[in-house]
Design a binder for this molecule. Structure first.
Ligand code: OAD
Length: 255
């Protein structure tokens, strides 16, 4: 990791793109890794807006633990390493495809959630808004029915299903977050790509913006990606990356 650490120390501006791989170290499965969620049949329907409108129980069944159990998960080594980098003045921001809110929980302050998050839910019919905690309470109060094989769908008083502010396939990305992520990628002379298969666009195109602007890209991902040939290097192990960053920036204590 010497080359990567030296680049972090000498860069004018460092930006990061994270994906589901950074949270596998916290026990949350990724999508396309060896144990990924999409290895299950029909799992791609879970985050599909047409499927949600046809049958919202597909989403609530698939995400009951993945999303509504998120309160039980804690940030892992990569989240912590990125907080250290920020506190050392070496990290401008994080564009994340993740919906688990763990970067914020770890203490990172400039996080752009390009695929949204479940922090709020809105009724698909009338637009009424509920917080994540309110939806979790509704789901927990109805756990019995779900256990009997009737997946519970939280519904508004008007009858419409609540949909999380996660970007489903078939929906536009949140405009402000994606614009900030693009600006971060363009203005970073070193851009780290951490734990993403780089298969879902337009987020997967962010590192190309850095390359087009003359910056360097480093990738840390277990599987090969389509940008490996354009990166300075791809390293396979995120835990090794986190340990190397924490060792190199150890003088910035976490409060
Ligand atoms: P993927 O599951 O596609 O990719 C995660 C990558 O992380 C895989 O290539 C793994 O090999 C790698 N990985 C996992 N654990 C690792 C470790 N400990 N060390 C090194 N590499 C590791 O996840 P994303 O690229 O984030 O969309 O997926 C993009 C989008 O697809 C997601 O945001 C999601 C999904 O549909 C929505 O939820 C809207």
């Amino acid at each position: 990791m010497t080359e990567l650490i030296e680049a972090l120390k000498s860069a004018k501006k460092v930006g990061v793109l994270t994906g589901a791989g950074v949270s596998t170290l916290c026990g949350i499965p990724d999508f396309r890794g060896p144990q990924g969620l999409y290895r299950q049949p029909d799992a791609e329907r879970i985050f599909d807006i047409d499927w949600f409108d046809r049958d919202p129980s597909v989403y609530y069944r698939g995400c009951r633990e993945l999303v509504y159990g998120l309160g039980d998960f804690q940030p892992g080594p990569v989240h912590t390493a990125l907080v250290r980098l920020e506190r050392a003045g070496r990290l401008a921001g994080i564009a994340t495809q993740n919906i688990d809110m763990l970067h914020q929980k770890a203490g990172s302050s400039h996080v752009y959630e390009v695929h949204g998050s479940p922090v709020v839910h809105a009724c698909r019919h009338c637009g009424d808004v509920k917080t994540f905690d309110e939806i979790v309470a509704m789901i927990e109060a109805n756990g019995g029915a779900a256990k009997l094989g009737e997946p519970y769908v939280p519904r508004c008083a008007c009858g419409g299903p609540y949909k999380p502010a996660i970007t489903f396939f078939g929906e536009m990305l949140p405009e402000a977050a994606f614009r900030s992520a693009q600006e971060l990628a363009i203005s970073s002379d070193v851009f780290l790509v951490l734990g993403t298969s780089l298969t879902v666009h337009p987020a997967a195109g962010l590192p190309r913006l850095t390359l087009q602007a003359g910056g360097k890209v480093f990738i840390v991902n277990g599987q090969p990606t389509s940008l490996d040939d354009y990166a300075v290097r791809r390293y396979p192990d995120l835990k090794e990356f986190a340990d190397a960053v924490c060792a190199a920036f150890a003088t910035s204590p976490l409060s």
